[in-house]
Design a protein around this ligand. Structure first.
Ligand SMILES: [Zn+2]
Length: 222
């Protein structure tokens, strides 16, 4: 389990929660000492165990189930020259050392990045045309704490490879959300109006995304 301690100025007491990727975030007042933080963590070990165990973990071996474009696909791992391919019945990974989880994980990350990139390259120009926007540069990253982000001045949108786990309607929503940031920086009224114009069922989609995040199925994949 990953642990991140964040010290905050305004905060008066210690708090903790799991983020969408199963990292335990402990937020502490700036004056909290290491031993205070450690004893807070051990005093809450039962809570941590209960909530942490709800986050499914992957084995990265044949038999594992991987979320991909909103489906759950079986993983097959074989010994061979590095390669990953998608078939109707599953995701096939070839690596030199099939027992090495890290190398399977690395190949999966490359595969998800590639799939998301080609998906985005197909969709972004269509959305931009509809939204009367110039097509931005698209990059795929390994962000854990956000689905995407937009650098308005650089006309650059970064999408997290983990997005490829989601059903296409939620990937589209995220892409359109970031495209709206090419026009508006924050999440103000103008931004919301633009997003709703291009994603009229945004409320339902956001709810669906929240449920997926909460269920933990896309957590900790890479
Ligand atoms: Zn945003």
């Amino acid at each position: 389990m990953n642990l991140v301690v964040r010290k905050r100025r305004g905060q008066k007491s210690l708090r903790m929660h799991f983020d969408d990727h199963g990292t335990l975030i402990v937020s502490a007042p700036w004056f909290a000492t290491k031993s205070q933080i450690d004893s807070f963590i051990s005093a809450n070990s039962a809570w941590i165990e209960e909530h942490g165990s709800k986050i499914p973990s992957h084995t990265y071996a044949s038999g594992d189930a991987l979320p991909f474009l909103g489906r759950s696909l079986p993983l097959y791992v074989f010994k061979g020259e590095k390669n990953v391919f998608l078939r109707d019945d599953g995701i096939y990974v070839f690596v030199r050392h099939p027992d090495n989880k890290e190398s399977v994980k690395r190949e999966l990350y490359r595969f998800y990045s590639r799939m998301l990139y080609s998906y985005a390259m197909e969709k972004v120009p269509v959305f931009c045309k509809r939204m009367s926007l110039e097509v931005p540069t698209i990059e795929i990253c390994n962000a854990k704490s956000r689905w995407g982000c937009c650098y308005r001045l650089k006309k650059l949108i970064k999408l997290s490879a983990i997005l490829a786990c989601l059903p296409p309607n939620l990937i589209d929503m995220t892409i359109i959300h970031e495209l709206c940031h090419l026009v508006y920086d924050g999440h103000g009224e103008d931004f919301k109006a633009m997003l709703e114009k291009y994603v009229p069922d945004i409320k339902e989609r956001e709810k669906e995304l929240k449920e997926i995040s909460r269920s933990g199925i896309v957590r900790n994949l890479f």
